[in-house]
Design a protein. Structure first.
Length: 165
C-alpha cells in the first residue's frame, strides 16, 4: 500500500506546482487610456464692470458694463464705456485658456462724438478668474484718432483693463 500513496502524493504535488504553486502572484492590470478627461473651462459669462486705463488720461475710464456670452471657450460681448459726458459702445472678445483670456480683441467702432473715420482696436492676453479679468491691451489708432483733443496722442499705446463680476 505504500506505492499507491506515494504516487498520489507525488501526483498532487506535481499538479499544484503546475497550476501556479509559486510564491509570486500577479493580478491582471486594467487597460490604460491615452485620452485625458477634458479640463473644465472657466466660465466668464455674465455682466462685468470696471475700468480701462489710458496713459494720456489722468483718470481711468469707467466700464459701465460688459455683457459677456460664452460658447465653449469663446467669449464675446458688448461693452459700454462712460467717456466724458456720454456712453461709448465697444466690444470685447477672446478665448478662455486655463486662467487666461487669450486672443483678446477690443474694438471701438466709429460713432457719434468721435472724429470721422476714428475706429480703433487693441489686442492682448488677460488674466482671468470667475470674478476678475485684468491685463494690458496693445492699442492701434488710425490717423483720424490721433492728435491733441482726440482719442490718443500717439498711433500706438498700451491700455490696461480691470473688470470684476
Amino acid at each position: 500500500m505504500r506505492f499507491p500513496r506515494f504516487v498520489i502524493v507525488t501526483a498532487t504535488l506535481s499538479l499544484a506546482w503546475a497550476c501556479g504553486g509559486s510564491s509570486s502572484s500577479s493580478s491582471p492590470t486594467a487597460p490604460t487610456t491615452s485620452t485625458p478627461a477634458p479640463a473644465p473651462t472657466l466660465s466668464l459669462a455674465g455682466t462685468w464692470g470696471g475700468t480701462v486705463t489710458q496713459p494720456e488720461r489722468s483718470t481711468p475710464i469707467p466700464v459701465t458694463s460688459w455683457t459677456a456670452t460664452q460658447s465653449g471657450a469663446s467669449v464675446t460681448g458688448p461693452m459700454v464705456l462712460n467717456v466724458n459726458t456720454g456712453s461709448t459702445q465697444t466690444t470685447l472678445a477672446g478665448t478662455v485658456s486655463g486662467s487666461q483670456l487669450t486672443s483678446v480683441t477690443f474694438t471701438v467702432p466709429n460713432q457719434t462724438g468721435f472724429p470721422p473715420g476714428c475706429s480703433f482696436s487693441g489686442t492682448g492676453t488677460l488674466t482671468a478668474s470667475a470674478s476678475s479679468i485684468s491685463g494690458s491691451l496693445a492699442m492701434t489708432f488710425p490717423a483720424a484718432c490721433v492728435g491733441a483733443g482726440s482719442v490718443s496722442n500717439t498711433a500706438t499705446s498700451t491700455w490696461t483693463i480691470s473688470l470684476t463680476k
